[in-house]
Ligand binder design. Structure first.
Ligand SMILES: [Zn+2]
Length: 81
């Protein structure tokens, strides 16, 4: 059974479908809301950053900040409509 730290470390490979441990990760995600949220945020961040050089390796803290900025922008945009 993988722990949260291992899942966090494998999340990038998991999203790339690049790990033989995907079923173990999936199992963990079924039971762990924290890691589900982490992987989801990582996925969103990676998709937004596609084409940017360091997009694949953004630390979780940065990912959270980027996401927050985007949310603020989206909110600002929708409130002007
Ligand atoms: Zn977890």
């Amino acid at each position: 059974m993988l722990n949260c730290k291992q899942v966090a470390g494998l999340a990038s490979d998991y999203l790339d479908k690049n790990t033989p441990l995907k079923w173990q990760i999936r199992l963990h995600l079924l039971m762990c809301a924290n890691c589900r949220r982490f992987v989801k945020h990582l996925d969103i961040t990676r998709k937004m950053g596609a084409g940017l050089e360091h997009s694949a390796n953004i630390p979780a803290d940065d990912a959270e900040q980027v996401l927050q900025k985007v949310k603020t922008k989206i909110h600002a945009k929708s409130s002007t409509d």
